[in-house]
Design a protein around this ligand. Sequence first.
Ligand SMILES: [Zn+2]
Length: 314
Amino acid sequence: MLFFDAHCDILSAVTTPEELFSNNNHWDVDRALSNGSFVQVFSLFAEGKDSNEIKYKMEKQIDLALLAEKNYPDRIKLIRNKDELSHFIGSSESKKINCLIEAEGAEILGDSLSELDRLYDAGLRILTLSWNYDNAVCDSIAGNNRHNGLSAFGRQVVKRAGDLGIIIDVSHASDKTFSDVAQISEKPFIASHSNSRSVCSHRRNLTDEQISCIAKGGGVIGINLCPDFLNNSGNADIMDIIRHIEYISALVGTEFIGFGCDFDGIDNLPAGISGVQDTGKIIEALLRLNYKEYEVKDIAGLNFIRLLHGILTA
Ligand SMILES: [Zn+2]
């Protein structure tokens, strides 16, 4: 069954293309493909006080992904447009991983809208508006409410992203940023790696209203495996993952749910999950419940694929 993971931080944990194929982190190509067909969103991610330094590190990570694709074309392929996505769906190359590039924080833009166009040309297809810092585009849920939501520049960025076919991601955004995006976005938007705040009260999770809003717009929510976002106790297992899926399904339906596992972006994993090789266990747990097989396929990957079909250009 095709698995689509909308968030992984492995690019910030390795320095060479070869390390992507096999390593001791949560995620590598060999283990991702051990369960079958797999699409991975690679996050560009860096911590730091200086936004120029963050941008520099993120650029290095995009270079690493491009180098991996160039040096190992039979093992790794970046999806840039609808045709490439269709080709992937129609093929059965089990040794190749298909990927998309996402930036975790608009720091990568500096303060220039034309950077969005340049990054699009380089392969960027998803923009997570912020990480844990307020930036030139918007406020983070962990920030200081610098702009009270989206800045004027942020509004231009959301609009230009829509024109280019870059998906806007509101995971980590402040609640006011979320509502500003919901108000102005003309395209479906996603929360790539966030859960339900009703099930687990962490601020990184989504309120019922936000979940309904994403679904109404045709977006998708990627379930995050971070134990702190799964269960208020901070201890979680596979059933906690299922609990968030159950809750969101009951609220809006199975067609708006996917996965954004956050491998190599989180310190701990739920009991029973040691890395990407164990994503199949979550799917098996879903199949044992009352879901129809097509619904499990949707959650495992097809909901995100459908979203991409609607937003990527030909
Ligand atoms: Zn994150």
